[in-house]
Design a protein around this ligand. Sequence first.
Ligand code: MEV
Length: 387
Amino acid sequence: MGDITVSAPGKVILHGEHAVVYGKVAIAASLNLRTYLRMRRGTDNLISLDLPNIAIKKSWTTDGIKSQVSLPLCDPNKPVGVSGELLTKLKDIAGVDQHESDTKQLAVITFLYLYCALAAHKGTLPAIGLKVVSVQPVSAGLGSSASFSVCLAASLLQLSGIISSPAGDEVWSEAERDLINSWAFFGEKILHGNPSGIDNSVSTYGGAIKFKSGKITPLCRVPKLQILLVNTGVPRSTKVLVARCRERYQKYPDIIEPVLKSIEAISHRCEEVLAELADSPSTDLYETLEDLIDINQHHLGALCVNHPALEEIVRTAAKYGLHAKLTGAGGGGCAFIFIKPDTPLTTLADIKSEFASQKLSCWETSVGSPGVTAHSGDDGHLKQLFS
Ligand code: MEV
């Protein structure tokens, strides 16, 4: 068997982050900033993991893992989460402190769990070397951890023959993607505690989606949307921010519940406006999208997930007549600035150079790229990425 190469996109949440954790509607879309994974069959009995973006390089012997984990763990067609007992063993194998909740270490645990559940489901452990390279910023609210879990699930399910091996640059069937998504969700749970599942869903299916309590509805009528993503460079943890929002909710439920309902109403309105814009673009509709961005940015402040660096981006955008909000968990990470079709190119050039002078990285990008995809190993761009 040759190498397995897969990729999965990052995401931008247009509206509904945090509210989605409480069963409210969110609207999200994939980004053409992707995570790529290459898996090589080993000739020795080593399992190796190379994650250059977060400076992790680890390896284990297949015998070492076999001696600590009783395999097979489960039926790979029936996704389940990691048990507390197994988590303790995996932390031992990974050499991680039992109380460690650092994202880098949790990424290793996620790999070990999905490897044991999916690659070793027949009780034998294949020797593999895995390298994951992300061309999206990590820990910045753009779903890099979800695209990591999606790539792991897809490649390990393919290695085990549980899903097909597409010829290259192809997506899997609906049922196969559902299986990838369910396993990626359990990966996300290791990384983030109690995620809503929106990030892994966008990364798996791609395009633009509406998400509510695990139900995914693709948005079929969406205009071409252009955004400028700006990274505050302030690292943050999704788990911590979700907990911070929950604290506020528990302290003031009668005040916060209406805020969450209002965010849901924003998501609904956003969906309607996007559909109307796809049919007939109008200045009024673009202005409504801008209003929704402004209102939601204030709501997210009320949920305690804003950050001065995000507010500074919002202020800079306003100076140029543009509108911005945080995206993802907040508390740092990225904001997006909405670009209308009539936004002058000179305005864009000016704001980009202002961010550059503040040493903030930004990317102009369109939303709605394909979800998890299998690639042919011959692709020159990928060869370069993994060299
Ligand atoms: C993180 O990208 C989005 C949050 O709503 C958390 C989640 O949905 O799991 C903050």
